[in-house]
Design a protein around this ligand. Structure first.
Ligand SMILES: Cc1cc2nc3c(=O)[nH]c(=O)nc-3n(C[C@H](O)[C@H](O)[C@H](O)COP(=O)(O)OP(=O)(O)OC[C@H]3O[C@@H](n4cnc5c(N)ncnc54)[C@H](O)[C@@H]3O)c2cc1C
Length: 290
């Protein structure tokens, strides 16, 4: 197996152009599992850990550009203020060792419907920055995932960064697993309330062939918050509204039965997660939680 180790982004993109079959490796927490179990035996591996451009994050266009090589630990330590939803999701990933190695770009690269970053990236309206030696393009997160473990990433491209708007309201993420840590989501849900623009964003994980948005639930809640003037008054959101929001989120799921849970259970759990995250987020908006 050839081991390619570029030291800059242009060199990494040139290597990918020349060897599109080379498998990128960042933290290796997915790739090494596949190699160890002999599910994959690539002829070449493209190590991205020496590419400084991928490990950086900065502020741009009223949001953050987070390099693909930023780890979960760094997202928690450095980005929780601007991107609280991403930090909450990052805290639920694996163990300290996995959070130290695993990257946001690697989560996207694997494109598992259960990846914990994905619901938050959908809910916040993030965009994925992809680059090849012939140029750069930005793909909305909800167009990036094209099927189970499939994405819009082309063989000659690398994931360079995600562009995430800075939070202008509460964000939440909740995940159901069979235990509290080191667990792949049975299902998960992210909610982003954008108080500045009166927008509601959602993301469903592990309950469909790709991560999904619950658009009807978003429109419903935006309508209620707007027509009742609740963004400004910060008045309570009634239980009936939270319950209806939960129903609409559950209705947007397209789950299957698998080893981690049944489709019926996922629908039920999503109904609960949506109601619960809305209750938490709205309490944050009202200043009821510290
Ligand atoms: C014990 C354990 C627990 C885990 N727990 C969780 C969990 O709770 N939640 C969760 O979501 N995941 C979990 N995972 C999966 C994994 O840790 C995450 O998906 C992680 O984000 C992968 O990042 P990485 O940097 O290690 O990726 P890698 O393994 O290096 O790469 C993953 C995929 O992305 C591609 N890739 C990486 N970087 C790029 C790039 N810049 N451009 C293009 N392609 C790229 C690789 O080629 C590969 O296909 C767990 C894994 C293990 C082993």
């Amino acid at each position: 197996m050839e081991f390619l180790q570029p030291r800059s982004l242009p060199d990494a993109l040139a290597a990918k152009a020349e060897r599109p079959e080379a498998v990128p490796i960042a933290g290796g927490t997915d790739v090494m599992v596949e190699l160890n179990f002999d599910r994959r035996r690539p002829e070449a591996v493209l190590d991205l850990t020496r590419v400084p451009e991928l490990a950086a994050w900065d502020r741009s266009d009223g949001g953050l550009r987070v390099g693909a090589g930023v780890t979960y630990t760094r997202a928690i330590d450095e980005l929780a203020g601007d991107l609280p939803g991403l930090a909450i999701a990052a805290r639920t990933v694996g163990s300290p060792q996995i959070r130290n190695r695993g990257t946001i770009g690697g989560n996207l690269g694997s494109a598992s419907p259960a990846g914990d970053c994905h619901p938050v990236l959908l809910a916040t309206g993030a965009e994925v920055e992809l680059a090849s030696s012939s140029g750069t393009r930005r793909v909305p997160a909800d167009e990036f995932f094209t099927g189970p473990k499939q994405s819009a990433l082309q063989p000659d491209e690398l994931i360079c960064a995600v562009h995430v708007p800075a939070a202008s309201g509460p964000q939440q993420f909740a995940k159901i697993g069979t235990r509290n840590a080191m667990v792949i989501a049975v299902c998960s849900f992210a909610l982003a309330l954008d108080a500045e623009h009166g927008r509601v964003g959602t993301g469903i994980g592990s309950a469909g062939p790709t991560p999904l948005r619950a658009r009807e639930a978003e429109r419903f809640l935006e309508g209620v918050l707007d027509s009742e003037g609740l963004w400004g008054s910060r008045g309570p959101v009634g239980e009936a509204v939270a319950a209806r929001f939960g129903e609409l989120v559950a209705a947007a799921a397209r789950p299957i039965d698998d080893v981690r849970g049944t489709a019926d259970y996922r629908v039920h759990a999503l109904r609960v997660l949506a109601r619960r995250t809305l209750t938490w987020a709205w309490a944050d908006h009202r200043g009821e939680r510290s």
